[in-house]
Each structure stands twice: as structure tokens, then as C-alpha cells.
Design a protein around this ligand. Structure first.
Ligand code: ADP
Ligand code: PAZ
Length: 355
């Protein structure tokens, strides 16, 4: 996917909930949600070559490469590519330092904001769950190492879920999972141990022994299962796995803090709860998963911040707009990343810079 660092400065809060998802996918035009009506052709004049009036926008992620020619051809816009990992880390560092109540823990439906001590932020593990998952050890501004990853990520949930449930959209799949019961398909320890727990190795009877393992114990076909239950088990399997690998990497480098970003979680309670339980379980309560309110915008924000390196200060403000706040596209109805800052009728001031 491609994410953009639009030339925006937000005066309150940061990247826009109305942009959730900022750019869901790019075909041959720049798609922005309907409630976001600016930008498309705004850009910067290239500072190093003022006679050249080409527009450019910062872009990061694979799409910055994949769609570069298309943007140039169809929109006359050049994509200035910024490194994805660099942008993720820059975005995360910035949010963690600049936004009050950016990080929170989530367990048993309870969200608890974490007070970040700016002097004691590093090192931490940033787990970005996009299509795939990247695990990055962050030691400071611009100081990081991608230490691990897994190909079983958000794309796996969406891809497998689509095949198994025939869902037409990610939101539909996520919504199904909210109504499902994972016990229908998951084989629990109790299923194997005749209803007993396996206390000697610390497994309760309700712990999942084998994701989707129950499907082998009868002659059911896929159509015999409710899509809700399939989606639930799938979400649980993937979230659990990511939580586990994340913790193991934190352990590997002695990291106390694990922050989860990327558009997969979308503030969805069951996803966050499962990741939290996995981290809690594997760390024996020693570590806590922390989530970011602006989880899907790390890369975009990092790309935006790279304008700084291109003399942002020299650029002229020539447009200022009100962006309506709309968190309605989030699947979890309880979720609004800015709920503490704004209500739905308010808007945020956003200035667009143009040469
Ligand atoms: N509305 C949505 N449409 C598609 N995928 C979504 C949506 N909301 C959340 N996702 C999840 O977000 C993942 C992509 O996350 P993202 O951070 O954008 O990474 P990438 O840069 O790889 O696209 C998808 O694989 C899917 O699991
Ligand atoms: C290749 C990627 C960095 C691309 O980022 P994404 O678009 O998935 O956010 C990511 O998909 C990834 O880290 N995949 C896991 C590859 C691996 O370590 O096995």
C-alpha cells in the first residue's frame, strides 16, 4: 500500500480521523475519502530546482515504487520516496512524544492511557501490522533496526478471510468476527484433555491448543460453519501469533515496551484484546502490549515529517481548511482515536502549504 505524507500541518491532534483510511488503495487517481476534500493537486515546488514547477508529494511504502509511474503519467505528480521503516519510526517517535494519550493498553475491554516519559522512551519494539508485520527495535530518533517480521499479518487475515467467508470487504469480515465464536473451530486444551486443564505446563482447559483444530474432528465442510465463527478464529489465530512473536522479540533484545501500529488493528477491541492476552500470557504478565491511537498513520506522518529536511520553513501557507472529524469508518463503534479531543461536530484546522 502507499501512504502519503501530504504537506499538512495540523494544529491540534495529528493525522486526520477523517482520513481513516487516508488512501485505501491507489488505482490511477488519488483516492481520498469523500469527507476529505482537499489536497489532490497540491504539492511543493522542488526546492533544489525552482524553475522546475513539477508537483511532488512524499510517499512511502511499496506503493511509492509501484505506483510512481502511474502518478506521473495520470496526475503529473512525482512521488518522492521515503524509506518505509524510517517513516514508521519517525512517525511513532513523534506521536509518542508529541501527542498526549497516544499510547494505551487494552485488556478486558478496558483502555488505559499510558503516560510516556520522554526521557525513558527508548529502547522499544515497534510492531507494525500492515499486510505483513515488521518488528523494529527503536533506540532513538533515526536509530532503529528491523529485527524481525512475519508474513502472517493483516493481509493474511483479509486474504484468507475473504476466501473462507466470501466477505466483500475488510470491514464486513471484521464485523463478522465480532459476532463469532472461536470455540466452534478452535481445538481447546480441554477438547484434548477430556475437559481438564493441563496445569503442569500452565495451560487452562480453555486455552487454544490448535487453531482451527476442531475442523478435523468431524465431517463438516466449510459451508457447515458460520462465516462469523471462521472469521473469529482467524482473527484470533493471527492476532495471537503476532502477539507471541512480538513478545519473543522483545525478550530477545530485553525490551520492556512493545507498541503496535499499522492499519490492521483499527482500534478493534477483539484484535487488541487478543494481542494483549498473547503478550500477557507469553511474558507471564511481565510485558504489556501498547497500542497507538493513530496506528495507521505512522508512515504517512513520517513521510510528512521528511518535508522538514526539505526546508518546510521556507514554504508558504496558501490554503487553510476545516477538516470535518468523522471516525465513522472505524469498525469498532466504541473507537474514536480523538475521542478525548474532539467530538463529531468539531473540526480540525489544517493548513496546506504550496509553493
Ligand atoms: N478498510 C480496510 N480495507 C483493507 N484492509 C484493511 C482495512 N482496514 C484495515 N485493514 C487491514 O489493514 C491491512 C493493511 O494495513 P496497512 O498498515 O495499510 O499496511 P500496508 O501498507 O501493507 O497496506 C490490511 O491487510 C487489513 O488487514
Ligand atoms: C514487506 C513489508 C515490510 C511491507 O510492509 P507492509 O506494506 O506490509 O506494511 C511487510 O509486509 C513485512 O515486513 N512482511 C514480513 C516479511 C517477513 O519478515 O517475513
Amino acid at each position: 500500500m502507499i501512504v502519503f505524507g501530504f504537506p499538512m500541518v495540523l494544529m491540534e491532534g495529528f493525522i486526520l480521523p477523517s482520513l481513516r483510511r487516508p488512501i485505501s488503495m491507489i488505482a490511477c487517481s488519488l483516492l481520498v475519502p469523500t469527507n476529505f476534500s482537499l489536497v489532490v493537486n497540491s504539492g511543493f515546488q522542488h526546492q533544489e530546482n525552482p524553475t522546475n514547477d513539477r508537483s511532488f508529494i512524499k510517499a512511502t511504502g511499496g506503493g511509492a515504487y509501484k505506483f510512481s509511474d502511474l502518478f506521473k503519467e495520470k496526475l503529473g505528480i512525482s512521488l518522492e520516496k521515503e524509506d518505509e521503516m524510517d517513516c514508521l519510526v519517525t512517525g511513532a517517535n513523534f506521536l509518542l512524544k508529541a501527542v498526549n494519550h497516544e499510547a494505551f493498553t487494552y485488556l478486558n475491554g478496558q483502555k488505559e492511557f499510558v503516560q510516556i516519559d520522554h526521557n525513558d522512551l527508548y529502547p522499544y519494539l515497534l510492531v507494525n501490522i500492515g499486510s505483513g508485520v515488521s518488528m523494529i527495535k527503536v533506540d532513538g530518533d533515526g536509530k532503529f533496526e528491523r529485527v524481525s517480521g512475519t508474513s502472517v499479518g493483516g493481509g493474511t487475515f483479509w486474504g484468507l478471510g475473504k476466501l473462507l467467508t466470501k466477505c466483500q470487504s475488510f470491514d464486513e469480515l471484521l464485523e463478522l468476527s465480532q459476532r463469532g465464536n472461536n470455540r466452534v473451530l478452535d481445538m481447546l486444551v480441554g477438547d484434548i484433555y477430556g475437559g481438564m486443564e493441563y496445569s503442569k505446563i500452565g495451560l487452562s482447559s480453555t486455552a487454544i491448543a490448535s487453531s482451527f483444530g476442531r475442523a478435523i474432528s468431524n465431517s463438516n465442510e466449510l459451508h457447515d460453519y458460520k462465516p462469523e465463527d471462521v472469521s473469529r478464529s482467524l482473527l484470533r489465530m493471527i492476532s495471537n501469533n503476532i502477539g507471541q512473536i512480538s513478545y519473543l522479540n522483545a525478550l530477545r533484545f530485553g525490551l520492556k515496551r512493545i507498541f503496535f501500529g499499522g492499519f490492521f488493528t483499527r482500534g478493534h477491541s477483539y484484535t487488541m484484546d487478543t494481542i494483549s492476552v498473547a503478550v500477557h500470557f507469553w511474558s507471564k504478565g511481565e510485558a504489556k502490549a501498547m497500542f497507538l491511537r493513530h496506528e495507521g498513520f505512522l508512515g504517512a506522518l513520517g513521510a510528512f515529517m521528511s518535508y522538514e529536511r526539505h526546508s518546510l520553513g521556507d514554504l508558504m501557507v496558501n490554503q487553510s481548511v476545516q477538516i470535518p472529524v468523522d471516525a465513522s469508518s472505524s469498525t469498532d463503534t466504541n473507537y474514536n482515536p480523538l475521542e478525548r479531543d474532539l467530538n463529531e461536530t468539531e473540526s480540525m484546522q489544517c493548513s496546506v502549504y504550496q509553493a
